[in-house]
Design a protein around this ligand. Structure first.
Ligand code: ME8
Length: 624
C-alpha cells in the first residue's frame, strides 16, 4: 500500500525555531494524524537544512564550525517537536551521509543526462535567502525582493541546471494538475511566473565551501536549494528500499516564501531525474506578531516553548490552525489566543465534556448502556453530516474550516442537552428517556474524541480515557462514525479539559469605563440606529476578518455593509438575522468595497455577539 507522504520544509539551523516553523510543522502533524485516523499508512517527514553560506556565516559569528552549530541548533528543533508531540516518522539532516550521497548521485544523474552544464554567472545574490534575483525583481535599490536585505553582486564559475528546457513541460504539468499548487491564488502566481520565462539556474558555488562537493569537481559545492530539496527523496531511501512505497510525496507543506523553489525548481529537478512529481504543494501564509513582522531586532519573535509553558499545547495548536484560513497571512496575539481558549475551548468544548460526564455520574453512576431502541438519532445524523464536511475541508487543507465544523457539532450537542433537559427527566423519574439521552451524549462525545484527535490530541486522549476507551491508535474513524459502536461503558470524570484564563486588559477596561466622557442626549440622537435584515453574506476571500453583507434597511435598494465578522460567524449563519446598524455613517472603503453603515456587536474577552432584535420587525425600524 502506498504510504501517504507528508513533508514540512527542512528548517535552517542558523535560527531558533519560532511560531512560523511550529505552524507548518503542526499543520503537517495534524494532517498526518488525520490520515492515520482514516486508516491510511502515513510517512511524515521533517528535518533541518544545514549547508550553505548563511550557516557558514552564522557559525563564524559564534566561533563554531558549521557542523558544530548545526549539531547544537538541531537539538532545539528536535526538542520542540517532542514537546509539541509531533509524530514525524523520520528526521532528516542534510549533513547526514545518506543525504550527501543521494544529492551527489542526483547531480551526476542530471549531469549525464545533459541537463547540467558548466558556465559563468554574475548576479545579485541574497545570502539570507540563498538565492539570486534578476535585475527586474530587485529594482533600483538592489535589495532582496523577499526579505528586503542588501544584495551582493557575485561573479563565479558555476554549473547551470537547464531550467529553461522545462518551461513548457512545467506549464503543461500545471495545466493537467490544477490542484498541484494550493491555494488557487498561489497556483496562478506560479503559472504566471513560469509564463514570464525561465532562465537556467546556477546550482553550484565556488565562493565558500560549506556544502556538498560536486562529485567530479570539488572546487564547487552544490547550491543549498538543490541539496535541500533532495531531502524529500534522500530521507526515504533515494530510489532504494522503501522508496517506491512512499514516493511521490502527497503534500509538501511550505510557507509562501519558498513556494517557487517547491513549485518550479523542484518539479523541474524531478522531471530531469525521471521521478514522478508530488501531488500537492500547499503554501500557507505568513505570521506577524501584533501586526508587525517578527524579527530579532524588534524583539518580538514568539518562542513556541514559551507559549506552551503558558498555555496548554492543545490551545496553542488550536489557535494557530483555527485563527487563520490556511493559506492567508495571520497575526499572532496572546489576547486573541486567550479569547479562543475562554470562548471555544473552555465554554463550548470543555464545558460540554464536563457537564455530560457530571450528569452521567450523577444520574447513572457513570454506567452507560445502549437502550433497547433508539428513538432520537439527531446527534448521530449530525455527526455523519459533520464528518463529510470535515472531509471536504481536509481534502483542500482547510484546517480552520474543519475546526469550525467540529465546533458547530460541539455547540449542537450543548444545545441538545439544553433542549432535552436530562435534569428534568431525572427529577420526573423518566429513566428510559434519560438513558437514551445519556447514551446519545456518550456516543457524541466518542465521535468528538475521535474527530478532534488530529487537532487537539491531548484533549482527545483525555476524553477517550474518561469514556473508558483505549488509545486513539487502536481505532480508525469507522469506530467513531459507527455512532452506536459501544454497547456498555463505565465513564469517569477527570477534571476540566481547559481552565479559563483571566485577561489582564479586561480589568483595565472596566476601570476606563468609569472615567469615560459623558455625552448629551442630543449627541446620542445624532446616531441613527436602525434594524436591518441580512439578505446575503459572503466572505471576502482576501481578508482574514471581513464579510460582505447585503442588508435591507427599509430603503428602495439594499445596502452593502462590510464587517469584521469572519472569525466569529459563517456567512450562512448571518443570513436572515435582524441586526442593528448605524445607518447615517459616512461610507467607507474596506478592501476596495464601499461599506454603508456599521453593525453593532458586543465583544468581550471571549468572543463576539451580534446585536439583534428580539423578534422580527420591519427592516428600517428606528431604534429608540
Ligand atoms: O526556507 N510565518 O528554511 P527556514 C509562517 N531551509 N511561516 C513561517 C514564518 C512566518 N513568519 N517563518 C518561517 C528554509 N516560517 C529552507 C527550506 S525546504 C527544502 C528548505 C516557516 O528555516 C514556513 O514554513 O527559513 C517557511 O517556509 C519556513 O518556515 C522557512 O524556514
Amino acid at each position: 500500500m502506498k504510504r501517504y507522504y507528508i513533508t514540512t520544509p527542512i528548517y535552517y539551523v542558523n535560527d531558533v525555531p519560532h511560531i512560523g516553523h511550529s505552524y507548518t510543522t503542526l499543520a503537517a502533524d495534524t494532517l498526518a494524524r488525520f490520515k492515520r485516523l482514516l486508516g491510511e499508512k502515513v510517512f511524515f517527514l521533517t528535518g533541518t537544512d544545514e549547508h550553505g553560506q548563511k550557516i557558514q556565516k552564522a557559525a563564524k559569528s559564534v566561533n563554531l564550525t558549521p557542523q558544530e552549530l548545526a549539531d547544537k541548533v538541531v537539538e532545539n528543533f528536535k526538542r520542540l517537536w517532542k514537546k509539541l508531540d509531533i509524530t514525524n516518522d523520520f528526521f532528516v539532516r542534510t549533513t547526514d551521509d545518506y543525504h550527501i550521497k543521494c544529492v551527489q548521485e542526483a547531480f551526476e544523474y542530471i549531469y549525464k543526462k545533459g541537463d547540467i552544464y558548466k558556465g559563468e554567472y554574475e548576479g545579485w545574490y541574497c545570502i539570507p535567502c540563498e538565492s539570486y534575483y534578476s535585475e527586474i525583481e530587485i529594482g533600483e535599490d538592489k535589495v532582496c525582493p523577499v526579505c528586503g536585505r542588501k544584495l551582493d553582486l557575485v561573479k563565479e564559475e558555476t554549473y547551470f541546471f537547464r531550467l529553461s528546457a522545462y518551461e513548457d513541460k512545467l506549464l503543461k504539468f500545471y495545466e493537467e494538475h490544477p490542484d498541484f499548487v494550493l491555494p488557487k491564488t498561489r497556483y496562478n502566481e506560479i503559472v504566471s511566473f513560469v509564463k514570464g520565462g525561465l532562465k537556467d539556474l546556477s546550482i553550484t558555488r565556488t565562493s565558500f565551501d560549506w556544502g556538498i562537493p560536486v562529485p567530479f569537481n570539488d572546487k564547487h559545492v552544490i547550491y543549498v536549494w538543490f541539496d535541500a530539496l533532495l531531502n524529500y527523496v534522500s530521507a526515504i531511501g533515494c530510489r532504494k528500499g522503501e522508496f517506491d512505497e512512499i514516493w511521490p510525496a502527497d503534500v509538501h507543506f511550505v510557507g509562501k516564501d519558498i513556494l517557487r523553489f517547491h513549485a518550479v525548481y523542484w518539479p523541474a529537478f524531478l522531471m530531469s531525474l525521471d521521478l514522478p512529481l508530488p501531488k500537492h504543494v500547499v503554501a500557507h501564509g505568513w505570521w506577524t506578531v501584533d501586526g508587525k513582522k517578527m524579527s530579532k531586532s524588534l524583539g518580538n519573535v514568539v518562542d513556541p516553548n514559551e507559549m506552551i509553558q503558558k498555555y496548554p499545547r492543545d490551545a496553542y495548536r488550536y489557535f494557530l490552525l483555527r485563527n487563520v484560513p490556511f493559506g492567508l497571512d495571520g497575526d499572532f496575539s496572546e489576547r486573541e489566543l486567550i479569547e479562543r481558549i475562554n470562548s471555544e475551548l473552555v465554554n463550548d468544548f470543555g464545558n460540554l465534556v464536563n457537564r455530560s460526564l457530571t450528569m452521567m455520574e450523577k444520574y447513572a453512576d457513570g454506567l452507560i448502556n445502549m437502550p433497547i431502541s433508539i428513538e432520537d438519532d439527531t446527534l448521530s445524523k449530525l455527526a455523519k453530516e459533520t464528518y463529510s464536511k470535515i472531509l471536504e475541508h481536509m481534502d483542500i487543507f482547510r484546517f480552520d474550516e474543519a475546526l469550525i465544523d467540529i465546533f458547530e457539532y460541539v455547540r449542537a450537542v450543548n444545545k441538545y442537552i439544553t433542549e432535552r433537559e436530562p435534569w428534568t427527566l431525572n427529577k420526573e423519574g423518566k429513566t428510559a428517556q434519560l438513558n437514551e439521552v445519556l447514551y446519545n451524549l456518550y456516543s457524541a462525545l466518542k465521535f468528538i474524541a475521535g474527530i478532534t484527535s488530529p487537532f487537539l490530541p491531548d484533549s482527545s486522549a483525555k476524553i477517550m480515557d474518561m469514556l473508558g476507551l483505549n488509545d486513539i491508535g487502536s481505532y480508525t474513524i469507522d469506530f467513531f462514525l459507527d455512532f452506536y459502536s459501544v454497547e456498555q461503558a463505565k465513564v469517569k470524570r477527570a477534571g476540566m479539559l481547559f481552565e479559563r484564563i483571566e485577561q489582564k486588559e479586561k480589568k483595565e477596561e472596566k476601570k476606563g469605563y468609569e472615567k469615560q466622557k459623558r455625552i448629551s442626549i442630543d449627541e446620542f440622537f445624532n446616531v441613527d440606529l436602525r434594524v436591518a435584515k441580512v439578505l446575503e453574506a459572503e466572505n471576502i476571500e482576501k481578508s482574514r476578518k471581513l464579510i460582505k453583507l447585503k442588508i435591507d434597511v427599509g430603503e428602495e435598494k439594499p445596502r452593502t455593509l462590510v464587517a469584521g465578522l469572519k472569525e466569529y460567524y459563517r456567512p450562512e449563519e448571518l443570513v436572515g438575522k435582524y441586526i442593528v446598524v448605524v445607518a447615517n455613517l459616512k461610507p467607507a472603503k474596506l478592501m476596495g468595497i464601499e461599506s454603508n453603515g456599521m453593525l453593532l456587536a458586543a465583544k468581550d474577552g471571549e468572543g463576539l455577539a451580534l446585536l439583534t432584535v428580539e423578534k422580527p420587525v420591519k427592516p428600517g425600524a428606528k431604534i429608540s
